[in-house]
Design a binder for this molecule. Structure first.
Ligand code: ADP
Ligand code: ZN
Ligand code: ZN
Length: 748
């Protein structure tokens, strides 16, 4: 028998199948998806690979497979998926397979792989004998006696715990082992990522009519074992999660499993707790990047061995090794984190759709601000729209006001806070209510400019504006980490008129302290959020210690529920409007809606104040009115007339190189290749000539790009793969080419 093998390698030239002979002694172990070790070319070390097909014979003279490791292989279904992904996302099959392997097992050195965690457990060999011997006073050692009594009461105990509770040492246990009273066993333990136990069990709530309708539609399809795509569109608090919970319960009743995807940043203990409280910890596995690799490995195993029937995780959890899938749910489906921005550049929504079709099960997307493309799918009848118009716990939506910052300027108010917002904060402080102030920008970005000549400080490796960090008094590059001392004179013209532009969270915090010296504040941005869990800890602290004001960037908008927050201030809504991306309006509307949803989620009515220089912009106007429908109508019209998704896909062909001349040659060749195919085959696409990327240099690599607008279908997939073949023929050593379909960030 012959195995077709894919080597575990990112090298483009190795992205093909190699035949190897399966020795008879290993035949019983060889299955599609098995992990193998083979001798490749004249390399000394064995290479790792995966069997992707098994056949009877090969036309070549073959080497034997050296070793087959089965336990970490993947299913045949996943091998199929990996092959499809490689073609569609323009990468190696092995790079896709890696997403489907247990976390931490993809390093090349077998010895260093993550393993199960083992601990010693102590138990009594024969209870009756021990009880007898205790009665007969056979134990002279008080310590040994304590150990035995403890074990009689508590049963098998972890060695470390036993020593701690009985205040004894290892040698006492060893002595008992020698006398055959107890045994010490090594056992695998699950590293537990759940921060705390949830004691209270919850049971299902009685649905509102709207919830019932949505649930019935989806569960009907689930029970019939059919594919169907659904979009649940309902404001925050309208009861989407309750529907998810009951759908998962329905899957369990049918002996089926569920995957629920949540944006990484919303995957807080609170989110998970709601599921644990309903289904018990034993049924749930959680997967996200904040878990240690050991924790992820164990969660993975818990899924693979069938114990966990519910997987809750971020993007890559879509590849969890789950069997008998009954439903996939994607919460906050508009979130950009479902699209991977590194190889393989897949979109988890597409993968989910594929899995649901393969398994004949429903796919449920949910959002308070659906992606324009997702809502469009419902118009095209590719998906069913289910609306929840009312809040489930009948709390009212907050009141939203817009402040025109241009008027503040004319009133000579130079503060970052308008008069209205200052008043509102003051009132909130008096009422002992909490406030969130939101800066609509990523992280803290203040750039440096010379007022005389317009010089701006840029990173010499990346050609991107350097950011001022007040705590270290340095300028930093957020792309490569380059750091330099602050400037006091302009390196171009020698002027002293150097200014720091942009409004960061630090500056805002300083201003708050000045206006409200007694207010307590906490800040959340790229500087304060670094270590594991820190994002979580800041939010928890804000809540637990009832801190007056939380100041933060994008990160504040998700995950938590703050009952005491009644005021949300948006310092400058324009931050996301000025980005150079066709989704600028959509992102602005989504983020403003989300942040507004933070205010007044309980009895007290919330108030939201949005400060902006563009009050007439429709995204801001629509968020003030909380009118998603109007937003969608306007946005879809713009998208259609300018040929943007969903009417068209955008393929970004990115080229990077350390050698500018070579890069230009590659760019020109690929452009002409596409142009030729376009003309000769009459392919429907708009091809733009290569240009340098908005960020034209990162880490000393020059960046160019070429954009194609088209319908991304099989013809386009073939064409792009042909183009990549063409590229590999050019033999341009210094240049890399990547293809990204509908990338998250066009301004990059
Ligand atoms: P969403 O996921 O849309 O934000 P949730 O499912 O979290 O909404 O519901 C918001 C609040 O309303 C929660 O506190 C939830 O327990 C409550 N809730 C949801 N559905 C019902 C219901 N049918 N009856 C009573 N309360 C409900
Ligand atoms: Zn200057
Ligand atoms: Zn840099």
């Amino acid at each position: 028998m012959v195995a077709e093998i894919i080597l575990n390698s990112n090298a483009k030239e190795l992205n093909r199948v190699f035949d190897y002979n399966i020795p008879e002694t290993m035949a019983y172990k060889a299955t599609i998806g098995s992990r193998v070790f083979v001798q490749f070319g004249n390399r000394k070390e064995l290479e790792e690979g995966f069997i992707i097909n098994i056949k009877d014979e090969s036309e070549f003279k073959l080497k034997d497979i050296q070793k087959i490791v089965n336990e970490n292989g993947i299913s045949e279904e996943k091998v199929e998926l990996a092959k499809l992904m490689a073609r569609r996302y323009f990468c190696n099959v092995s790079e896709c397979i890696k997403l489907m392997l247990p976390p931490g097992t993809t390093t090349k050195i077998i010895e260093n792989r993550v393993k199960e965690k083992n601990e010693n457990f102590v138990s009594i060999v024969n209870d009756i004998l021990v009880e007898n011997d205790i009665e007969e006073n056979k134990f002279k050692s008080a310590k040994q006696l304590r150990i035995l009594k403890f074990l009689l009461d508590n049963g098998e105990t972890n060695l470390a715990d036993l020593l701690l509770f009985t205040d004894t040492r290892r040698d006492a246990v060893k002595a008992l082992e020698k006398k055959k009273y107890v045994v010490i066993d090594q056992k695998q333990v699950e590293r537990n990522p759940f921060l705390h136990k949830v004691e209270k069990k919850t049971s299902k709530l009685k649905f509102t009519d709207e919830q019932q309708y949505a649930y019935d539609e989806i569960s009907f399809v689930m029970d019939k074992n059919k594919y169907g795509e659904y979009l649940i569109y309902g404001v925050t608090g309208s009861g989407k999660t309750e529907i998810y919970l009951q759908l998962i319960e329905n899957a369990l009743r049918n002996n089926k499993t569920s995957i629920m995807l949540v944006p990484e940043i919303s995957l807080t203990p609170q989110t998970v707790d709601r599921f644990i409280a309903r289904f018990g910890e034993e049924n749930i596995a959680v997967l996200h990047s904040k878990l240690s690799i050991g924790e992820r490995f164990d969660q993975w195993n818990k899924i693979k061995n069938g114990q966990a029937k519910i997987v809750i995780g971020a993007r890559s959890a879509i590849f969890a090794p789950i069997k008998d899938l009954g439903i996939i749910i994607i919460d906050e489906e508009h979130d950009s984190s479902y699209k991977s921005e590194s190889t393989p550049r897949y979109n988890a929504k597409d993968i989910a759709r594929y899995l649901c079709k393969e398994n004949n099960i429903p796919l449920v997307l949910g959002s308070a601000t659906p992606d324009t493309s997702s809502l469009y799918r419902t118009m095209q009848k590719e998906s069913v729209l289910l609306r929840l118009n009312k809040r489930a716990n009948s709390s009212t939506l907050p009141e939203i006001e817009v402040v025109d910052l241009r008027e503040e300027l004319s009133k000579k108010n130079k503060s970052m806070l308008s008069e209205k917002l200052q008043e509102a904060i003051k009132e909130n402080l008096e009422n002992k209510k909490q406030t969130i102030l939101f800066l609509n920008r990523r992280g803290y970005s203040t750039f440096v400019m010379c007022r005389e000549c317009g010089y701006t400080a840029k990173c010499k490796n990346c050609n991107i504006n350097l950011t001022y960090h007040a705590n270290t008094h340095t300028l930093k590059c957020h792309y490569c980490g380059y750091e330099t001392k602050v400037l006091t004179t302009c390196p171009e013209c020698g002027s002293l008129q150097i200014r720091y532009f942009g409004t960061g969270t630090q500056k805002l915090e300083a201003e708050i302290k000045k206006i409200f010296p007694n207010a307590t504040t906490i800040r959340m941005d790229v500087d304060t959020v670094t270590k594991k869990d820190s994002h979580e800890k800041i939010l928890q602290k804000f809540k637990d210690e009832n801190i007056n004001i939380l100041i933060g960037t994008q990160m504040v908008v998700k995950g938590h529920h703050f009952p005491n927050v009644t005021l949300v201030g948006v310092i400058a809504a324009d931050g996301s409007l000025n980005i150079d991306d066709f989704r600028a309006n959509e992102r602005t509307f989504q983020i403003l809606t989300q942040v507004a949803g933070r205010a007044g989620r309980e009895k007290d009515k919330g108030r939201v104040i949005i400060q902006t220089y563009n009050p007439e912009n429709f995204a801001i106007e629509c968020s003030r009115e909380q009118n998603y429908d109007l937003f969608y109508q306007t946005e879809i019209g713009i998208r259609q007339s300018l040929k943007y998704p969903p009417f068209c896909d955008i393929i970004l062909i990115g080229m990077t190189s350390t050698d500018e001349k070579e890069l230009m040659e590659v760019a020109s060749k690929l452009y002409h290749y596409l142009k030729f195919r376009l003309k000769s085959e009459n392919i429907g696409m708009i091809l733009y000539p290569p240009v340098s990327a908005p960020v034209d240099k990162i880490k000393n690599k020059i960046r160019w790009r070429m954009i194609v607008k088209c319908k991304f279908d099989d013809t386009m997939i073939d064409l792009m793969n042909d183009m990549l073949d063409e590229f590999s023929k050019i033999k341009a050593k210094e240049t890399q080419v990547i293809i990204d379909v509908n990338p998250n960030d066009m301004a990059h």
